[in-house]
Design a protein around this ligand. Structure first.
Ligand SMILES: C[S@@+](CC[C@H](N)C(=O)[O-])C[C@H]1O[C@@H](n2cnc3c(N)ncnc32)[C@H](O)[C@@H]1O
Length: 347
């Protein structure tokens, strides 16, 4: 193509209708992946131990014709590639195979009906301003939907795995001997920090069911004697005694009222020389990047009044809880580190 020919250039730009058709059709990607995961076919295809589609259909106990259409579609979407009579997993598709850097736990969470079905009713959320996931206004959904909370642990592992090197690069934890990770999940962030700072020790604080999983996760990380696990409700109380409190990917799951309650409980627990870091994706202003739209609408439909916030909004919530924001440290990922010190004690 002659790149200076305006006719060619016009032909290369899709019409608004074609662009819309493509955008609407792109919804099939997550749904086709969901089907592939439900049928547990990717590990079998990766092994290459199947003699074509009919044999694979027999092994999976599914309809061969329909399976052929799914395989062809997954190849068109870049997840598989065809090799003669067989399909193999591409490097892109291989990110969904189990393994240390796997995206599979994130896919399992995002493609679970407990996330997809509320998102499908987004207009209801916009009408009411409430999530469509029925939930207890006092506790949020975590205790009500234990299976979803377990899937969320996996999703957090993926985010934390990707974000941890950037966090350790951005923030110097060396002046803190004791850490408490509030709503710390199963301990990915805490384990990563303790591994880098051998003189530090830390407490993971989360709900009972999550701490049971945290005990197992932390035990696998060679941190013996340097961590404790405490179960409790951060909406009621937070343990005292840390030089540094960590609140990672927690506030964006809650409405302002609950955020202030969590921050206030941390403030009450803090000595005057303690610090809090909030690790959170922040938005610059009213304009979203496309990834922000995804995350914010996900929070609208599925969380307890949670949302993406600007630095100023988080500074305001901290202020209401008696915390003064000291600095904002961007990282090379979507997450920033917002550091707070105790300010005026809240009433
Ligand atoms: C989005 S996850 C973040 C996990 C972890 N901080 C990370 O960055 O990977 C939110 C965490 O808050 C915890 N959580 C929710 N409600 C809680 C409560 N009332 N008290 C303590 N933890 C709670 C959940 O169990 C979950 O582990």
């Amino acid at each position: 193509m002659d790149k200076h020919n305006p006719d060619d250039e016009r032909a290369a730009i899709p019409s608004p209708e074609a662009a819309m058709m493509k955008a609407l059709g792109s919804m099939i990607f997550p749904l086709a992946v969901k089907a592939a995961l439900a049928l547990e076919m990717l590990p079998i295809l990766e092994e290459g131990k199947h003699a074509g589609t009919p044999a694979l259909a027999t092994r999976l106990g599914v309809d061969a014709g329909a399976l052929g259409r799914l395989l062809t579609s997954l190849a068109a979407l870049g997840v598989l590639r065809r090799e003669g009579e067989r399909y193999r997993v591409t490097p892109f598709g291989a990110t969904l195979l189990p393994g240390p850097r796997s995206m599979l736990p994130l896919a399992r969470y995002l493609l679970d009906d407990s996330v997809l079905l509320p998102l499908a009713k987004l207009s209801t959320c916009v009408q009411s301003g409430q999530p469509t996931l029925p939930q207890n206004p006092r506790t949020g959904w975590y205790n009500q939907y234990p299976e979803r909370a377990r899937l969320m642990d996996g999703a957090m592992a993926v985010y934390s795995g990707l974000g941890l090197p950037a966090l350790l690069e951005a923030y110097d934890f060396s002046s803190y001997a004791t850490l408490i990770d509030v709503g710390g999940g199963i301990g990915h962030v805490l384990a990563g920090i303790l591994a880098r700072y051998p003189n530090a020790s830390g407490t993971l604080y989360d709900m009972q069911a999550t701490t049971e999983r945290a005990v197992r996760y932390l035990a696998e990380h060679g941190l013996q004697g340097r961590y404790a696990v405490a179960a409790g409700d951060m909406l009621k109380t937070v343990p005292a005694g840390a030089g540094l409190y960590i609140l990672s990917k927690v506030l964006n799951n809650w409405d302002d009222e609950h955020c202030v309650r969590i921050l206030r409980n941390i403030r009450v627990a803090m000595e005057e020389d303690a610090r809090l870091i909030v690790i959170e994706g922040v938005i610059a202003d009213a304009d979203y990047a496309a990834e922000d739209a995804f995350r914010d609408l996900l929070l609208l439909a599925c969380s307890h009044g949670g949302r993406l916030r600007t630095v100023e909004e988080l500074r305001g919530l901290g202020g209401e809880a008696g915390l003064t924001m000291l600095r904002v440290i961007p990282t090379s990922t979507a997450f920033s580190v917002l550091e707070f010190k105790p300010g005026t004690r809240p009433r």
